[in-house]
Design a protein around this ligand. Structure first.
Ligand SMILES: [Zn+2]
Length: 314
């Protein structure tokens, strides 16, 4: 089978590089490693990107832009690969000093010149892609960022996604709260000030918010959370913290001492803003222990757990 020769009439890139004789083969090699051999139009002109934008050389500027336009028309290129190089005589002439003496500053100058050239490519051909490369004298090459390319890509995305953009500009107005919300908030305030006994009472209150006041479950929870921040924890958040405490105090058999159960009840009572009776907190802790599979550790001379039964039944 004869290999298919690349279509010589087509190129997918326009390469702008410098006339420096030291790098002729390196530029060709770089394009080969990109897999672009015979697939690009090449324009070599002193300074590469500089020739496109140097205001002192309008003839060179128009030569670059005319050749790019011609390559687009003749070969259909949609990509511009700009290859500037270090120790460039044209760049030194333009800067009025030997840029290579300070490699960091040299790179900054090349970046600035190539950024201007890229912006001009995109102004003339908004649908094109641009790559910026800086080659060293040994032929090694670094790809430089292209600020104008990123901005152009953003603009293309914007025109491709008008709906997304419209959403970003004008977010939908937040839904107005349901009519029953203020009344439910009053009820929540009342119940919390009396001390919500436990998670069950909390669920009953939330259910009331939905069935009587026409709130969604999320709205009812939000109303409770808003009030709870004024009053301390809700029973369920208090319960979670108490469970963490109990588990930390339990021994290897899941037994909690009388003293620690007392601490847990104080903790629960405190988290609920010291609202309600202390006996309610004791009972809540006993319920939590049961739910968590924790048991009381026998206490005192008789090693009994009567203390705990009294607590649970109080
Ligand atoms: Zn040069």
């Amino acid at each position: 089978m004869t290999p298919v020769a690349p279509d010589a009439s087509k190129a997918d890139a326009f390469v702008l590089s410098c006339i420096d004789p030291r790098l002729v083969d390196d530029v060709t090699q770089l394009l080969a490693t990109m897999g672009r051999t015979n697939r690009y139009s090449e324009m070599r002109i002193a300074g590469a990107a500089l020739a496109a934008v140097d205001e002192a050389r309008p003839g060179w500027n128009s030569a670059v832009w005319d050749n790019l336009a011609a390559s687009r028309q003749l070969h259909g290129v949609r990509r511009v690969i700009i290859i500037n190089h270090r120790d460039c005589g044209a760049m030194n002439l333009w800067a009025g000093r030997n840029l290579a003496a300070d490699p960091v500053e040299e790179e900054r100058q090349h970046q600035a010149v190539m950024d201007r050239a890229a912006a001009e490519v995109l102004r003339r051909h908004p649908d094109m892609a641009v790559e910026l490369h800086l080659m060293a004298l040994d032929g090694s090459t670094q790809r430089l960022p292209c600020a104008a390319c990123n901005a152009a890509a953003e603009r293309r995305l914007d025109t491709m996604r008008p709906m997304l953009r419209a959403e970003a500009v004008a977010p939908p107005p937040p839904p107005s709260p349901p009519a029953g919300a203020p009344a439910f908030a009053e009820l929540v305030r009342l119940r919390l000030s009396g001390g919500l006994a436990d998670a069950e009472a909390e669920r009953a209150l939330l259910t009331e918010g939905v069935t009587r006041y026409g709130l969604t479950a999320a709205e009812a929870r939000a109303a409770l959370a808003a009030e709870a921040t004024r009053h301390g924890a809700t029973p369920s958040t208090a319960a979670r913290q108490v469970v963490v405490f109990l588990r930390a105090q339990a021994d290897g058999k899941g037994r909690v001492s009388r003293r620690d159960v007392g601490h847990a009840a104080s903790l629960y009572h405190g988290l609920a803003g010291n609202q309600g009776r202390r006996a309610d907190a004791d009972r809540a802790v006993a319920k939590l222990m049961e739910a968590e599979g924790l048991s009381p550790r026998p206490d005192g001379v008789l090693r009994t757990t009567t203390w705990y039964r009294r607590l649970a039944e109080a």
